[in-house]
Design a protein around this ligand. Structure first.
Ligand code: ZN
Ligand code: FE
Length: 257
């Protein structure tokens, strides 16, 4: 089986658009629908027909294009059962622990409460690909709007069980700002220093910094590194639980300038 082709682009200001295409069947999924016009343009450029949208959560910058893309392509919109009433055009409701088939592959669903109460992520093991929405970002994680900090800790940490070679596709190009915060709590982390340097070069050249991999995130993303002695020292939380360290990191990031 040939691999799925991933086509990623930036839209709105800092949202990632992502089209996933199966050459064999012609199936094409948009991961979220931040911007219908831009998604349509990118589809046209590739000569692809949109067949599905995988929605991660109900925020406007992730669902705004749903209805117009559905009207145009008749695509099937898959989304989180827990917030189905807020996902325009939803046809198939899924939740954590479920697996469905798309383009001949298993797609596993993770519940990721925190950023929104019903946020989900999609994982295609055969393609080593995670579509994390606004739960896990490169070098960061989403803001906690609807869930609790402890829920978000568990949502983010479940990804640690995935293969380190798994590509992490996320909802936003926030990596450079995330790197600044990460360096403020773990300045001596060599892997983080290296990644921050690469990220700043990429951004200077106007290039995207994602996808990263789970392996890279484990080495540099503070929100996955609550066991780091350096982070704990800098937060004065040497003996706290991992969930407490995570919560303090998230609180600090919220007000970080
Ligand atoms: Zn969001
Ligand atoms: Fe978003």
């Amino acid at each position: 089986m040939s691999h799925l082709e991933m086509h990623q682009f930036i839209c709105r200001t800092d949202n990632y658009g992502l089209l996933v295409h199966d050459h064999k069947s012609g199936a094409t999924a948009s991961i979220d629908a931040p911007d219908a016009a831009e998604i349509e343009k990118q589809l046209k450029k590739r000569g692809w027909q949109l067949t599905h949208i995988f929605t991660t959560h109900h925020h406007g910058d992730h669902v705004e294009g749903n209805q117009s893309l559905k009207d145009q392509f008749g695509c099937i919109i898959i989304g989180p059962k827990a917030e189905a009433d807020r996902i325009p055009g939803i046809r198939k409701q899924v939740s954590g622990g479920e697996t469905f088939t798309w383009a001949g592959r298993d797609v596993k669903v993770f519940d990721c409460p925190g950023h929104t109460a019903g946020h989900i992520a999609y994982h295609i093991p055969a393609e080593y690909s995670l579509f994390a929405g606004d739960t896990l970002f490169s070098l960061g994680c989403g803001r906690v709007f609807e869930g609790t900090l402890d829920q978000m800790y568990h949502s983010v940490n479940q990804f640690k069980t995935l293969s380190p070679s798994t590509y992490v596709y996320c909802g936003h190009e926030y990596t450079q700002a995330n790197a600044r915060f990460a360096l403020s709590v773990e300045p001596m982390n060599r892997m983080l220093q290296q990644r921050a340097a690469v990220v700043s070069t990429l951004r200077q050249e106007g290039k995207m910094t994602c996808p990263s991999t789970i392996g890279e995130e484990l080495k540099a993303n503070p929100f996955l590194r609550t066991d780091s002695a350096e982070i704990r020292r800098n937060l004065n939380l040497a003996t706290a639980s991992d969930s407490e360290v995570f919560a303090e990191l998230r609180r600090r990031k919220d007000s970080f300038k």
